[in-house]
Design a binder for this molecule. Structure first.
Ligand SMILES: [Fe+2]
Length: 352
C-alpha cells in the first residue's frame, strides 16, 4: 500500500517524521489544497497511517470554515456528537473549540473518545490564534510505539485485569464548569435533560448509567486496553488511562516541570499532587469525578500508570503552533494532548 510522493506535488512534503509536514510553497490557496487532497487521496491516507499525523502549514486557513473545508477534503464524514470530557463550543456545525478547560490545566495524551463504541478514525486541529512561544502546543504520540515501549509485565497486568472507567457528572443545578476535578454537567455532555435520551446513548455506547441523588449521574464503562489498527494490523495502546486515572494529571505536571522548569510549573505540580491526595482521602474510588480501575474494581497501581506516562513522553512530539496550521491525526494510532498556556490561544477541532 505504498504510495509514492506525487511527482507534480505543488507542496513541500517531509521530512520523515511525526507529524509529516506538508508546506505551501507559493500557492497558499485553501480551495486548491482541498482539490489536491481529494486528487491525491491514496497518498494522503497512506501517509497519515504511516506517520500517524500530517501537518499542513503555510496555507490561508483563517477561520473555522476554512479548516472545515480542509478536514472534509481528507475525510468528508465529519461527526458532531461529542462524548468526551472537555467543555467545547461550536464554531460551525462540525467545528468546535478544542477545549475550554483553563490554560493552566494540561490535557494528557489520549486517542479521541477511545472509550466509546466506535472511536473516531481521524481527528483534526487547526490553529486560529497562535499561543505564545513555548506554550499551548498540541503534542502527539504514536500509541503503537507506546504499546511496544511499555514493559511486558505492565502490559500483562493491564491485559489480564482490564480497565473500568467511572465518571461522575452533576446535573443542571450542579457545580461550576471549571473546577479542576469537576466534569461538565451531564446535560452539557448529552445536550439534553431527557434521562431516557441519555440512557439510549449510554446503551449504544456501552456506558452503564446510575442516577444519583441531587440530579447527579455516574457512568461506568469498560474499554479494551489495546485495539488492532484496522489498516496495518499493529497493536495500539488505545485507552483513556493516562487521562482518566486520578494520578494522571499530577504525573503530567511532573513531566511538564521537567520539560519547562519554572516556579509556576513547579507550583502546579505540587498543587496537583496535594489535590490528588485530598481527593483520595475524602472520596471513594467510584465517587471521584473521573477515574479508572481494573475490571474487578481494584486499583490500577500508580506505578503502572506512571510507566505508561513515561512511554508516552518518550514518544512525545511537540510542534509549536503557527496560525493557519491544520493537523490531521490518525486517531486509530496516534494520541494528542495539550501543554499549558496563558494568554490568547484558539485551537479548533473536528473529527470523522
Ligand atoms: Fe481530545
Amino acid at each position: 500500500m505504498v504510495a509514492a510522493t506525487p511527482l507534480e506535488s505543488p507542496y513541500t512534503v517531509g521530512p520523515d517524521a511525526l507529524p509529516l509536514v506538508i508546506e505551501a510553497r507559493d500557492d497558499r490557496d485553501v480551495g486548491r489544497l482541498c482539490d489536491w487532497l481529494r486528487a491525491e487521496r491514496g497518498f494522503v491516507q497512506e501517509r497519515i497511517v504511516r506517520h500517524g499525523a500530517l501537518l499542513f502549514r503555510g496555507f490561508d486557513v483563517r477561520e473555522a470554515a476554512d479548516f472545515e473545508r480542509v478536514a472534509r477534503a481528507i475525510d468528508d464524514d465529519l461527526k458532531n456528537e461529542y462524548l468526551g470530557t472537555s467543555p467545547r463550543s461550536a464554531l460551525t456545525s462540525h467545528v468546535f473549540t478544542a477545549s475550554e478547560l483553563p490554560g493552566y490545566y494540561p490535557i494528557p495524551q489520549h486517542c479521541e473518545m477511545s472509550f466509546t463504541a466506535a472511536p473516531p478514525r481521524r481527528v483534526f486541529f487547526s490553529c486560529l490564534v497562535e499561543p505564545a512561544a513555548g506554550s499551548g502546543e498540541t503534542p502527539i504520540a504514536d500509541f503503537r510505539k507506546v504499546w511496544r515501549d511499555v514493559a511486558p509485565e505492565v502490559r500483562d497486568r493491564f491485559e489480564k485485569r482490564g480497565i473500568r472507567i467511572v465518571r461522575n457528572y452533576t446535573g443542571a443545578e450542579g457545580g461550576g464548569r471549571f473546577d479542576l476535578f469537576q466534569l461538565k454537567r451531564w446535560d452539557e455532555m448529552f445536550l439534553t435533560t431527557d434521562r431516557r435520551a441519555v440512557e439510549a446513548v449510554c446503551a449504544r455506547e456501552g456506558f452503564e448509567p446510575h442516577w444519583l441523588p441531587g440530579g447527579r449521574l455516574r457512568l461506568v464503562s469498560t474499554q479494551p486496553v489495546t485495539r488492532r489498527h484496522p489498516v496495518t494490523g499493529e497493536t495500539v495502546w488505545h485507552n483513556h488511562v493516562t487521562t482518566f486515572h486520578v494520578s494522571a494529571a499530577a504525573g503530567e505536571y511532573a513531566r511538564i516541570f521537567r520539560l519547562r522548569p519554572s516556579l509556576r510549573s513547579f507550583g502546579w505540580w505540587q498543587l496537583s499532587r496535594a489535590l490528588v491526595a485530598v481527593q483520595r482521602a475524602t472520596r471513594s474510588s467510584d465517587e471521584l469525578s473521573m477515574h479508572c480501575t481494573h475490571l474487578d474494581g481494584s486499583e490500577i497501581a500508580d506505578a503502572d500508570v506512571d510507566a505508561v506516562l513515561s512511554a508516552v513522553w518518550k514518544n512525545l512530539s511537540v510542534t509549536p503552533w503557527r496560525r493557519g496550521d491544520v493537523l490531521a491525526i490518525d486517531n486509530q494510532s496516534t494520541s494528542h494532548g495539550r501543554l499549558p498556556y496563558a494568554g490568547p490561544r484558539e485551537i479548533a477541532v473536528a473529527w470523522a
